[in-house]
Write a protein that binds this ligand. Structure first.
Ligand SMILES: NC(=O)c1ccc[n+]([C@@H]2O[C@H](COP(=O)([O-])OP(=O)(O)OC[C@H]3O[C@@H](n4cnc5c(N)ncnc54)[C@H](O)[C@@H]3O)[C@@H](O)[C@H]2O)c1
Length: 346
């Protein structure tokens, strides 16, 4: 399959690019290389003759039209987005422009290309989204594909808007779309502004490990390479017009997750004295912080045969080891604006 992957230099997109090329797919990686996009993330496949790169912005429709014409993809996997909730609180504008207007541009460029291909039935527009569109759960219950949308941050509202556009392009124009909504990812190449890499790197530097509120918020964690596997399955086998929730049955309270990471580090790189848990510091909560997310992945498991390969404990072990082994990757990122400081306090 020839895949046009947007956001392929980001955290999840690069995992998709690496896996897809490894499985023999041809990949065109379209990325604007914002602060979150790093070509180092695709270095393991960059020399493959199955891989090519287009430095382009999804806010520019003319460029998208040219890229479809030049590359003639069989499918689009759309991951390009502004993705950090805290940044969306301080500056929602970029989230509106990239996540909503950018998705609209991509849909229109894809529709024109697909129409020129006599509306090929096997073309796919796969939109990658988040479980945050469903809002926040109480202590029980799971998000299913039928859970009503109830986004509560500028980030999740922009993703919800893009999901609605994608569905409308299926209902109105018949564009063969597939959607996936996934829970929180973690793993190698995760940008250090996000919780798990921040905990690992602050710990390694002997800095305070900030935990929002009381650390009681619950997230359902998925190893990024398991997510990439689910995404390739969805683009190859997903039914047009259908959405699939992706999650790994790995609900953890933030504080428990942080303590698990500290315990792994205590094993692998012991401190001179004490435990890394001594560095945990409770800080003011994020405004509008959703209490709990948890995914029911029954549909993707039963209809597409997907299963995650690792538990959160194994995945965290692999992730911590990757950060210990790859300081050359993360060291330069510590100076990126917003990484070492608190953003998104409202
Ligand atoms: N990280 C998660 O836990 C998670 C969970 C569920 C869904 N998602 C979704 O998965 C997708 C990828 O998330 P991620 O964590 O890899 O994000 P990321 O921030 O690591 O990467 C985003 C990529 O998109 C690129 N990009 C941003 N704006 C662009 C533009 N205007 N034009 C072209 N490229 C642009 C960036 O350069 C970067 O390479 C997003 O759509 C996100 O909403 C993420």
């Amino acid at each position: 399959m020839k895949l046009l992957v947007t956001g392929g230099a980001g955290f999840i997109g690069s995992a998709v690019v690496r896996l897809a090329v490894g499985r023999g797919h041809e990949v065109v990686n379209l990325d604007a290389l914002t602060y979150a996009g790093r070509l180092e993330n695709v270095a393991p496949v960059a020399d493959s003759n199955l891989y090519s790169f287009e430095h382009a912005d999804i806010r520019n429709r003319a460029v998208l039209t040219r890229i479809f014409e030049d590359h003639q993809p069989d499918a689009v996997m759309h991951l390009a987005a502004e993705s950090h909730v805290d940044r969306s609180i301080d500056g929602p504008g970029d989230f509106i422009e990239t996540n909503i207007t950018g998705t609209y541009n991509l849909l229109e460029a894809a529709r024109a290309y697909w129409t020129g291909k006599d509306k090929a039935e096997d073309f796919r527009f796969h939109h990658i989204s988040t479980d945050e569109v469903y809002g926040s759960l109480g202590e029980t219950g799971l998000f299913t594909e039928d859970t009503p949308y109830d986004p509560r941050s500028p980030y999740s509202a922009s993703k919800a808007s893009s999901d609605h556009l994608v569905r409308a392009w299926f209902e109105t124009y018949g564009l063969p779309v597939v959607l996936t909504n996934c829970s929180n990812n973690y793993g190698p190449y995760h940008f250090p502004e996000k919780l798990i890499p921040k905990v690992i790197l602050n710990a390694l530097h002997g800095r305070e490990i900030p935990v929002y509120g009381q650390g009681l918020n619950v997230r359902d964690w998925l190893y990024v390479e398991d997510h990439a596997d689910a995404l390739l399955l969805a683009v190859e086998k997903g039914t047009p017009g259908r959405s699939y929730n992706v999650g790994g049955h790995n609900e953890r309270r933030n504080i428990d997750l942080v303590k698990t990471i500290c315990a792994i580090l205590d094993e692998k790189r012991p401190r001179d004295s004490g435990s890394y848990t001594d560095l945990i510091t409770y800080v003011a909560d994020r405004p509008g912080h959703d209490a709990r997310y948890a995914i029911d992945p029954t549909r993707i498991e039963t209809e597409l045969g997907w299963k995650p390969s690792v538990t959160v404990e194994t995945g965290l072990e692999k992730t911590v080891q990757w950060y210990l082994d790859n300081p050359d990757w993360w060291q330069p990122l510590l100076n990126v604006e917003g990484v070492g400081t608190r953003v998104g306090t409202g």
